[in-house]
Design a binder for this molecule. Sequence first.
Ligand code: HEM
Length: 405
Amino acid sequence: MNESNPPTPSMSRRGFLGASAALSATLSLPWSWAGAQSVARIGGTTPPWLVWDDEADPVVAALIDSGAVPAVNALLRGWTRNAQPLPAGLPSYLHQFIERARQLPAWTNTGKLKAATDFNKKRGTYLGVAYGFVSGMMSTVIPHEARAVYYSKGGADMKRRISRTAKFGYDIGSLGGFHDPNGEMIVTAVKTRLAHAGVRHLLPQSPHWRAGADQPKPISQRDILVTWHSLPTSVMRALRQWGVNVPAAEADAFLHSWQVAAHMLGVRDEYIPATWAAADAQAPEILDPVLAPTAEGIELAQILLDLAADTDRGVFSRPMLESMTRYFLGPRIAEWLRIPRRPVQNQMLAMAWPQFVRMKEAGLWMPGAGEAYWFFDELLRQGAMWYLAEGQPIYIEIPDTNNPN
Ligand code: HEM
């Protein structure tokens, strides 16, 4: 497996340009967000919906087309730590790509990355709830993401697949981050970048995906930014809304870990917001207008709501997860997802949550502070972990087919 085949692009240049032109004609969206607000400090004029991943896409297309994916996935299973050398035997063009892709950006601030892991530890319960119930559930009303997940290989086993994006966020803070040589996030991000490149090569071959597609390939840089905002930006919006006190330095460190994540996923620096003010200015342009229900997203949401049903046949967990989704994402999204109203339970949650946050924030949250609150804390932690699929081994792999179903 050491041949150094020059990677062949998956789409002819002519076809690609034609598709792009058609796309830019149909998507006459403005790209008014100023690149000066990005970590690159300058911006180009190319809108992110016309950019995919020039480096990773041809590499992974060549792997898929040459049938090398199963062997490569098997070799990469043992590659897990940030500083770990790559296994021998990878095709040299892949080896070279990964060696480049695993480099942290020059603007990485290790102090901030360490502070971000401390923040994650300190705010674990809130972050688990926010990643699980806010970001995880929101992914079902992001049409491009819902459709890509539904029709790709992982869509065949949704229970394993669905919570992974949210789990990526949670892991930034819990797996030694990007900075620790024994951490796993560099590897996780590079493997995710490869998986996305695989999806870009494969989904255009799916008649199901093509039938409803408004872009030539999935997972454009705009799509990644949309999902990015459903993660840190929405999490920070939620924490602020809940009245959680996040000092500026901690908020900044948290953002930094996500800026590095975006870069490692292949997002160009000119699109990555440099500050919270820049992120808050980009989100209304990027995330808020695209939220909408789709048939695929509604089905995914039903699977998410049943994530815990194995443990109690859904008797208790399902209504609880429904109420939490309604409370955390609001009635508009709950209606889109056909989540039933449960007035009594919803009202109880609406009263209990702010009180719970107030008690925790006031430092009243001590062992013995009250059985009921301990139960609530535990319930939320468990609920978030169901969403985040805690405890399952993660092998992020390059797909070699679409969803066969
Ligand atoms: C795969 C995270 C953006 C669609 C994955 C995986 C992770 C991940 C961790 C590997 C999951 C696994 O192996 O089960 C992220 C993060 C994103 C992001 C952190 C942005 C910040 C997107 C977007 C789309 C997307 C924008 C679609 C529009 C997919 C699909 C897979 C995948 C289809 C492959 C599932 C499979 O068939 O195995 N992503 N993702 N992701 N992602 Fe993303």
